[in-house]
Ligand binder design. Structure first.
Ligand code: 5GP
Length: 176
C-alpha cells in the first residue's frame, strides 16, 4: 500500500523488477559471452537499475556514466539535449551498452545514440528498464526492455518527480 498520497497505482512490484532484471542479465551474459562490455548508465534515474543489473552480470564489464538534460517542459522532451557529464574514457572499439531508466518519446536516447555512435564503438546497444511505446516519436531501437508501461508519469526505483521519490522500491504512477 503506497504510503504517500501522491503515489498512485503500483505498476511494477519489487519482486517483478528483481525477476525481470535477472532475466535481462541472463540474456546479456549470453549475448556478450567472451566480450568485455562497457555499461553506460544515464544519470540519475538509471542508477538503481544499473546497480541491480550489473550485480547479475557474469561477463567482463566496466561502468561509466553520462548525465544529460533535455530542453523542454517538465513532461515533454524536446530532443535537444545538453550533456551535463560526459564519459570518463573513450569508447572507440568498445562494446557499449547504454543503460536507461525509461524511454518516453525516444528523443533523448536518439540524440545520445548519435553522439555515442560518432565515437566509433565496436557495438552500441540499449537496455531500458521501462518504455512507453504509445509515446514513441522516433524508433528508439532498444535491444533489451524490462517492461512496457502505459502513458503515465511514473516514479520510484530511481525515477523522480522534482528529485523526490527515487527511493521507492517499486515503480508507481504519480497521482496528478
Ligand atoms: P524522452 O526523450 O524519451 O521523451 O524522455 C526521456 C527522459 O524523460 C527519461 O530519461 C526520464 O528522465 C524522463 N521521463 C520520461 N518519462 C518519465 C516518467 O514517467 N517518469 C520520470 N520520473 N521521468 C520520465
Amino acid at each position: 500500500m503506497p504510503a504517500q498520497p501522491e503515489i498512485g497505482e503500483i505498476l511494477v512490484q519489487s519482486d517483478d523488477l528483481r525477476q525481470r532484471i535477472r532475466a535481462l542479465a541472463t540474456e546479456i551474459n549470453r549475448d556478450y559471452e567472451g566480450k568485455s562490455v562497457l555499461l553506460v548508465g544515464v544519470l540519475k534515474g538509471a542508477f538503481f537499475f544499473l546497480a541491480d543489473l550489473m550485480r547479475q552480470l557474469e561477463v567482463e564489464c566496466e561502468v561509466d556514466f553520462m548525465a544529460v538534460s533535455s530542453y523542454g517542459s517538465s513532461t515533454e522532451s524536446s530532443g535537444v539535449v545538453r550533456i551535463l557529464k560526459d564519459l570518463d574514457t573513450p569508447i572507440q572499439d568498445r562494446h557499449v551498452l547504454v543503460v536507461e531508466d525509461i524511454v518516453d518519446s525516444g528523443l533523448t536516447l536518439s540524440y545520445l545514440m548519435k553522439n555515442l555512435g560518432a565515437r566509433q564503438p565496436a557495438s552500441l546497444e540499449v537496455c531500458s528498464l521501462l518504455t512507453k511505446p504509445s509515446r514513441f516519436k522516433v524508433d528508439p531501437k532498444l535491444r533489451y526492455v524490462g517492461f512496457e508501461i502505459p502513458d503515465q508519469f511514473v516514479v520510484g526505483y530511481g525515477l523522480d518527480v522534482d528529485q523526490r521519490l527515487r527511493n521507492l522500491p517499486y515503480v508507481a504512477a504519480l497521482k496528478q
